[in-house]
Design a protein around this ligand. Structure first.
Ligand SMILES: Nc1nc2c(ncn2[C@@H]2O[C@H](COP(=O)(O)OP(=O)(O)OP(=O)(O)O)[C@@H](O)[C@H]2O)c(=O)[nH]1
Ligand SMILES: [Mg+2]
Length: 391
């Protein structure tokens, strides 16, 4: 019997060139956990299919997490009959996404892929995915939400959860989730060079999000498929996967969040508080102006202060590219508008948190300020200090 493949260690990073002497065209990972009843069938079907198209130029890698039903052992037996099959048995790590990456790290292919072991992903779709990559796609995804796609017999609750998760993803990381119709798909192929050398940081089940979020993916192809019912073994999806999914979205959000810039923006905002308070004090104590007038003047001066620092420092690299006086004035006016909208948003939010949620008013105020800071920053980055290419 063959020995199992050594498990790669260290960071989750795919090497630029395949390990060992010779590369091949295609490596397909089949992650398994308690799939002893499926592994023979899936390997048989995949081999038949790939032998007809790219004989001797592919490999299948079963990555099993030391399943108690000894899936790895069954897979090793099957490997005696199928020379293209290699088996990796992981005994220290666990989890679907990391299993796929460990498999890819050991893979020799130029094109890397993943398919479920439980026959829910119809094998024949693989050739369509493969031809998408041949046509030039960096990533080819089997999708339930394009033509010819669907789910066979899902309950209303499961459909709802699946779509809800997608919507949440769209809100948190539109630049990742919004690029594809089925971001939850676990059936796809990707070019090695699109993800090689990138540090992947997977949590949970959704390895595709990681590939789109951190890879260098320009062209994405999608192929419809119908998610089949399981006939052997059982699902491993529990509430834990939903929590991990959330955690993953937040990580991806911050991976793309311009942290240094945001910190500068926060510091500038903080300085504005002192200007606002200081000027208010001076106007009230020494100029003896009315409260409303004093507060309006101090707020506007704080806005001016924040604008100048943001223009010079926070977004300095961007404003230097458009430094005409008229351009600065325009930015200042826009900044005012965004601050005003932020103020309205803050009042709405505070009212909601206090009157509807029932939070303490100071806690509510603090949370509203935090939320509006994120909002202000993002809108300013996207709409105000953005460099437009149009001349
Ligand atoms: N190596 C490894 N494989 C896993 C792990 N969890 C799930 N898998 C495999 O990943 C694939 C997808 O898991 P499933 O539990 O079928 O998830 P699903 O297809 O999204 O959900 P169902 O429709 O409920 O089956 C299967 O081939 C599983 O055996 C894991 O922790 N480690
Ligand atoms: Mg499944």
């Amino acid at each position: 019997m063959f020995a199992s493949l050594p498990v790669p260690t260290g960071p989750f990073e795919i090497p630029e060139a395949p390990p060992g002497s010779e590369g091949i065209r295609f490596s397909l990972i089949v992650p398994t956990y308690k799939e002893s009843g499926n592994v023979r069938a899936i390997v048989g079907q995949l081999t038949q299919l790939l032998d007809s198209q790219i004989p001797n130029d592919y490999e299948l890698i079963v990555v099993d997490d030391d399943s108690p039903d000894r899936t790895w052992k069954v897979a090793l037996e099957v490997a005696n009959e199928y020379p293209q099959l290699r088996v990796m048995r992981r005994q220290t790590e666990r989890g679907l996404s990391t299993a796929v990456i460990r498999g890819w790290q050991a893979a020799r292919g130029e094109i890397l892929g993943v398919i479920d072991a439980d026959l829910q992903h119809p094998p024949d779709v693989l050739l369509k995915l493969y031809s998408e990559i041949q046509r030039g796609a960096d990533l080819a995804i089997a999708s339930r939400h394009v033509e010819e796609g669907g789910v066979s017999d899902w309950s209303l609750v499961r459909r709802f959860l699946s779509r809800g998760a997608q919507l949440l993803g769209l809100i948190l990381v539109p630049g990742v989730v919004g690029r594809v119709s089925d971001p939850m798909s676990g059936y796809f192929l990707v070019r090695r060079d699109a993800i090689a050398g990138k540090r992947l940081d997977p949590v949970g089940y959704k390895i595709l999000l990681e590939v789109i979020g951190r890879g260098n993916i320009r062209w994405i192809g999608e192929v419809g498929y119908v998610f089949q019912e399981r006939t052997e073994g059982e699902s491993k999806v529990t509430w834990k996967q939903y929590i991990e999914y959330l955690q993953h979205l937040v990580r991806l959000r911050f991976a793309r969040w311009p942290m240094a810039r945001f910190l500068r923006f926060g510091i500038v905002g903080f300085s504005g508080v002192f200007i606002d308070m200081g000027v208010l004090y001076i106007l009230r104590e020494f100029a003896l102006l009315g409260l409303t007038r004093s507060a309006a003047i101090s707020a506007e001066l704080a806005i001016l202060n924040n604008f100048l620092w943001n223009d010079i420092w926070t977004f300095g690299d961007l404003s230097r590219q458009q430094k005409k006086f008229s351009q600065r004035v325009k930015r200042f006016l826009k900044f005012n508008l965004i601050c005003l909208a932020g103020l309205c948003l803050k009042l709405l939010l505070l009212n909601f948190l206090f009157n509807v949620v029932g939070l303490d008013e100071y806690l509510g105020n603090f949370l509203a300020i935090a939320a509006v800071t994120f909002w202000n920053f993002w809108v300013n980055l996207k709409l105000n200090w953005r460099v437009t290419q149009v001349k």
